[in-house]
Design a protein around this ligand. Structure first.
Ligand code: RFL
Ligand code: PHB
Length: 388
C-alpha cells in the first residue's frame, strides 16, 4: 500500500487529521488495532471547547453535534453545600459543548467511510520503520496477512499506550511526568443530572464531579485511590458518597448504574513531538488529568496544527511549519498542562495534606468564585485559549 500520510490510531486525533487532510486533497490511510464497535463505544471525554465544535461543523462533520450536543454557559464550583456559578458567556462571551467523545468518533468514522476512504480496523503487531529517511513505512498484520504502508509522513495518533512514542530513539526524547496520589471512580447512571451544567465539588472526603450525557443520563466521578478495587464500591456506597460530597448543594436522584471504571490521573509531556518523518499527536504525546477537560481538545489542536503544516508542505513545498510543529503545539500544551494541574490540585484532597493545605484550597475556591479577574482567567482556560 502507498499513501501520503500513514496514520496510526482511529481516536479523535487520527480521525480528525485524516478528515482535515482529505479536505486539502491529501491522501491518508488509518490503521487501528481495535474493532470499529470498540472505538465507537469507548466513553471518555464529555466537554468540548467551542472552537472544536465549530471546526467539526465548518468541515462538514457537525450535523449530529448541532442537533444533539448541549451548549453550556458555565460551570459550578460547590463546597459546604453551596454551588457557585462561573458564567463563561457573561465573562468572556464563550460557551462549551457537552458531547461524548464516542459520538465524535462515531461521526468521523461514518463520514470517512461514506467518502469511500479506508480505515483498517483490527490490525496487530504495528511497527514503524525508516522514519529518519524520506521513505518511512508502517508494518502490521491484517486479516492474517503481513502488510506494509509506504508513505511520506507517519502520524502517530495511537494514544498513550501506542507504539509510536516508544519508537522514538531514546537519545531524542525528553519526558516530563507527574503521577497524582489519587484517581477517579467514574460511573454512568440512569439518573437526572443534579444541575443543567457541570458541578465540580470540593469536599474534605475528596473531589466529586457531576456531569451528564442526557436528560436522564448522568456521568459522575468520585476521587478514589489509584489502586481502588471497584468491587468494593457497590451501587449504594457510590450514591451515598456522591450525596455526602455534594453536601445538599443540589438534590441527587439515585438510579441504575450502567458502567463503573477507574481513571488514573497523570500529567505527561513528550518533547519533541517529532523525529524525522514521524509526528506524534494527541495522547500519544501528552496526557492531562481529566479535571480540566482538556485531553481531546488538545488532541484536536495538535492535528489542526499538523494538518496546516502538511498542507503547506504538499501545496507550497515549504517545511517551516512542519519543522516548527513541536514548538507550536507545546506552547498550547504547556498552558493546558498548567491549567489541568491547577484545577486538579485545587479540587482534590491530597492524602498527605495538612490543615494549612485545606484552608488554602478553600480560600482559593472563595477567591476563584468571587473575583471577576479570577473567574475570567478560569473561563478563558476552560473554554480554550486563543490560537495566536
Ligand atoms: P485515543 O482516544 O486514545 O486514540 C488512540 C487510538 O489509537 C489506537 N491504538 C492503536 N492503533 C493501531 N496500532 C496501535 N499499536 C495502537 N495503539 C493504540 C487506540 O485503540 C485508539 O483508538 O487518543 P487521541 O486520539 O489522542 O484522543 C485523546 C482523547 O481520547 C483523550 O485525551 C480524552 O479522552 C481525555 N478526556 C477528556 N478530554 C477532553 O477534551 N474533555 C473531557 O471532558 C475529557 N474527559 C477524558 C475525560 C479522559 C478520560 N479517561 C477515561 C482517560 C474523562 C475521562 C474519564
Ligand atoms: C465528562 O463529562 O465525562 C467530563 C466532564 C468534565 C471533565 C471530565 C469529564 O473535566
Amino acid at each position: 500500500m502507498r499513501t501520503q500520510v500513514g496514520i496510526i490510531g482511529a481516536g479523535p486525533a487520527g480521525l480528525m487529521l485524516a478528515h482535515l487532510l482529505r479536505l486539502e486533497g491529501i491522501r491518508s490511510i488509518i490503521i487501528e488495532d481495535r474493532s470499529r464497535a470498540y472505538c465507537e463505544g469507548r466513553r471518555r471525554a464529555g466537554v468540548m471547547e467551542y472552537w472544536v465544535a465549530q471546526m467539526l461543523i465548518k468541515t462538514g462533520v457537525g450535523d449530529r453535534l448541532m442537533r444533539e450536543a448541549k451548549l453550556h454557559d458555565g460551570i459550578y464550583f460547590a463546597w459546604d453545600g453551596k454551588a457557585h456559578h462561573i458564567d463563561f458567556k457573561q465573562l468572556i462571551g464563550q460557551q462549551i459543548y457537552v458531547y461524548d467523545q464516542k459520538e465524535v468518533v462515531t461521526d468521523l468514522i461514518a463520514h470517512r467511510l461514506a467518502q469511500g476512504e479506508d480505515i483498517l480496523f483490527d490490525v496487530s503487531d504495528v511497527s514503524v520503520h525508516d522514519f529518519e529517511s524520506a521513505a518511512p513505512k508502517i508494518r502490521f498484520h491484517h486479516k492474517g496477512e503481513d502488510c506494509e504502508i509506504a508513505c511520506d509522513i507517519i502520524a502517530g495518533c495511537d494514544g498513550f499506550h501506542g507504539i509510536s512514542r516508544p519508537s522514538f530513539p531514546a537519545q531524542v526524547i525528553n519526558q516530563h511526568d507527574k503521577v497524582y496520589p489519587y484517581a477517579w471512580l467514574g460511573i454512568l447512571a440512569e439518573s437526572p443530572p443534579p444541575e443543567k451544567e457541570l458541578i465540580y465539588t470540593w469536599h474534605e472526603r475528596g473531589f466529586a464531579l457531576f456531569s451528564m450525557r442526557g436528560h436522564d443520563l448522568s456521568r459522575f466521578y468520585l476521587q478514589c485511590t489509584p489502586d481502588e478495587d471497584v468491587s468494593k464500591w457497590p451501587d449504594e456506597r457510590i450514591w451515598d458518597e456522591l450525596a455526602i460530597r455534594l453536601a445538599g448543594a443540589r438534590p441527587l436522584t439515585p438510579g441504575r448504574i450502567l458502567q463503573k471504571g477507574i481513571t488514573p490521573m497523570r500529567s505527561f509531556v513528550t518533547e519533541p513531538m517529532q523525529t524525522g518523518r514521524l509526528f506524534l499527536a494527541g495522547d500519544a504525546a501528552h496526557i492531562v488529568p481529566p479535571t480540566g477537560a482538556k485531553g481531546m481538545n488538545l488532541a484536536m489542536a495538535d492535528v489542526r496544527v499538523l494538518a496546516e503544516a502538511l498542507t503547506e508542505h504538499y501545496k507550497l513545498g515549504e517545511e517551516i511549519r512542519l519543522h516548527n510543529y513541536t514548538t507550536t503545539c507545546l506552547r498550547r500544551i504547556w498552558k493546558a498542562q498548567r491549567f489541568s494541574w491547577w484545577m486538579t490540585s485545587l479540587l482534590h484532597i491530597d492524602p498527605r495534606r495538612d490543615t494549612f493545605d485545606m484552608r488554602r484550597q478553600r480560600a482559593e475556591l472563595d477567591y476563584v468564585t468571587g473575583s471577576k479577574a479570577a473567574m475570567t482567567s478560569l473561563s478563558e482556560n476552560y473554554c480554550g485559549l486563543p490560537f495566536d
